[in-house]
Write a protein that binds this ligand. Structure first.
Ligand code: ADP
Length: 546
């Protein structure tokens, strides 16, 4: 017997229509080069998305073809999100921080038809253009008055591109399984891989993001996604915010500028903000140095890399802001787990609560989780056993664009995340490492994340990275690299003593190097691969100097 409910398709177009009807006047604030603080509304953004859909169709871009962006978080990028996907085309957000060769590879692999580019990223696009034969249209994200001179063939400004088009578009009735967007993993090992999201997966993910124990997004929120729209769709915020009618604040390119973020948060009365730990480190450092506080922000959501507990404590103790740890990846849309406390946990002593909050959270409804050992057998949820984290669910990828099935999925459809984790009896996961970052010392594993968190808890340490370095007796031993806080000096031996009693003695890094800065990946994470290469020949004290 079948249910008798309407077969309404879960499409992004439905999010747009809902927002137009219920939240048309809700404000969107956008930082763009041609207007430092542009104010618009959902109604206007979706009206312009209609104009853009006409312009794309008139330019000959057809359903299923890829529409690429090299853009920051602003209202025009949001218009492209909706115009392309709702017209049946496939949005392809490119990460401008990748190496140019990687971007060229990705554009050619996806066969992007047109490319929207921010004026600040124009030199990169110009350098790449001769190697991108599939791109037929270049649109610069600015108005006619600010259109720069560019050798890009046939380039037009965005405003000229959409000008004079009808403000209503006959959006097609799409099947919910239609592809809406594609995002490539940054490919720190091997070629980048394209993850193709569907309308259905995106809508379900956005609904899950809004759940009270997840982002808990409401119409009364003002949300500032510091996470870029080219990084796993800004964690779903461009869909979740219009779904509930939250005010959106789009910060443009200045994502790592603590002073700018603080000003924006205060002037727009931001209640919720999302980003990777390095962003929050920059903001907190600025606030500390300038003696400023956050008066409207209520919650931050931190993911993409492990959030050192020191960040969570600084947000809470100095600014009254709750930090929620989340875990996910491009392949999981990205939300997989989210940390909010269970009933009764807020009555626990603060250090116990901190221990729970430092974990990456519980599986969100829709995402099944398990950890498995080397033999593939499932491991217990006892908070001790750790193994490869596998996931399954409607917003987890089932394969990669134009790639034959590889080893990423097992025969039961579980996706291997490449992360090592334990899960406690309450279901909270703790990522101890990426498989390739774990330090294998004498047959045992040392968690680089735990060592980094311990180092960053030291008052004079701004940022820390731990990598395994070859050791003739133990195979690998940990090397700690730290960046001191401005004006502070850190002595390596003193820091090694700091670890005593905080981690097992045999985990204490063999050596500490003080550096001016640490390398980051295009998604703002510590670039461990670059560090491993740079320090491959580093001789640890006490190891054989030959
Ligand atoms: P990239 O490979 O481009 O960095 P993703 O953004 O998809 O791509 O990265 C996903 C990975 O980031 C996860 O597999 C995990 O290793 C790491 N990660 C994400 N969130 C967290 C977190 N809260 N704690 C620790 N690691 C995290």
């Amino acid at each position: 017997m079948l249910g008798q409910m309407m077969p309404t398709q879960l499409t992004i177009t439905a999010i747009m229509r809902h927002a137009l009807r219920h939240h048309g006047d809700r404000e969107i604030v956008s930082v763009v080069a041609d207007a430092p603080l542009f104010r618009t509304t959902y109604r206007d953004v979706f009206r312009r998305a209609s104009m853009l859909a006409h312009a794309l169709a008139d330019a000959g871009v057809s359903a299923g073809e890829r529409v690429a962006t090299l853009a920051w978080n602003d209202h025009r990028h949001l218009e492209i999100y909706y115009a392309s996907s709702c017209a049946g085309m496939v949005l392809h957000t490119l990460n401008p921080r990748l190496f140019p060769e990687q971007i060229a590879w990705i554009v050619n692999h996806a066969e992007d038809r047109c490319l929207f580019v921010d004026p600040a990223i124009l030199p990169l696009a110009e350098a790449l253009a001769p190697r991108l034969p599939s791109v037929r249209h270049w649109i610069v994200l600015t108005d006619t008055a600010n259109m720069p001179d560019t050798p890009l063939p046939g380039a037009v400004s965005y405003e000229a591109f959409i000008e004079g088009r009808a403000a209503d578009y006959d959006w097609p009735d799409l099947h919910e399984d239609t592809a809406c967007s594609i995002c490539y993993t940054s490919g720190t090992t091997g070629d980048p891989k394209g993850v193709v999201y569907s309308h259905r997966s995106t809508v379900l993910h956005a609904m899950a993001a809004c759940m009270a124990d997840v982002m808990g997004l409401t119409q009364r929120d003002t949300v500032l996604p510091v996470v870029p729209m080219f990084h796993a769709n800004a964690w779903g915020v461009p869909y979740a915010a219009p779904m509930v009618g939250a005010k959106l604040v789009m910060p443009g390119p200045k994502l790592a500028d603590g002073e700018f973020l603080h000003r924006l948060m205060e002037s727009e009365k931001v209640t919720l903000s999302l980003g990777v730990p390095t962003i929050w480190m920059a903001l907190l450092q600025y606030l500390e140095a300038a003696g400023k506080t956050l008066t409207s922000l209520q919650r931050t959501i931190v993911g993409g890399a492990a959030c050192p507990p020191a960040i969570m404590q600084a947000f809470r103790d100095r600014h009254g802001v709750a930090t929620h740890h989340a875990w996910g990846m491009t392949e999981t849309s990205p939300l997989g787990t989210f940390n909010s406390l269970k009933q009764g946990m807020d009555a626990l002593p603060e250090p116990d609560q901190d221990d729970i909050r430092a974990r990456q959270g519980r599986g969100i409804f829709g995402v099944e989780l398990k950890i498995v050992g080397d033999d593939g057998a499932e491991l217990p949820w006892d908070g001790k056993a750790f193994g490869t984290l596998k996931v399954r669910g409607p917003w987890v990828c089932s394969g990669y664009f134009r790639l034959d099935a590889g080893t990423s999925h097992d025969t039961e459809g579980w996706f291997d995340t490449g992360d090592v984790a334990n899960i406690d009896p309450d279901g909270y996961i703790q990522i101890t490492d990426r498989t390739k970052d774990v330090i294998k010392s004498g047959g045992e594993w040392i968690s680089s994340i735990e060592l980094e968190n311990t180092a960053v808890a030291h008052a004079d340490v701004a940022e820390a990275a731990v990598i395994g370095v070859a050791h003739e007796r133990w195979t690998e031993r940990p090397l700690l690299l730290i960046v001191p806080k401005p004006g502070k000096t850190v002595d390596g031996e003193g820091l090694r003593r700091w670890f005593r009693g905080k981690v097992a003695d045999w985990w204490i890094p063999d050596d500490v190097l003080v550096v001016d800065e640490l390398p980051h990946t295009a998604t703002g994470k510590l670039n461990k691969l670059a560090l491993r290469e740079a320090y491959a020949d580093h001789k640890l004290p006490g190891s054989d100097p030959s």
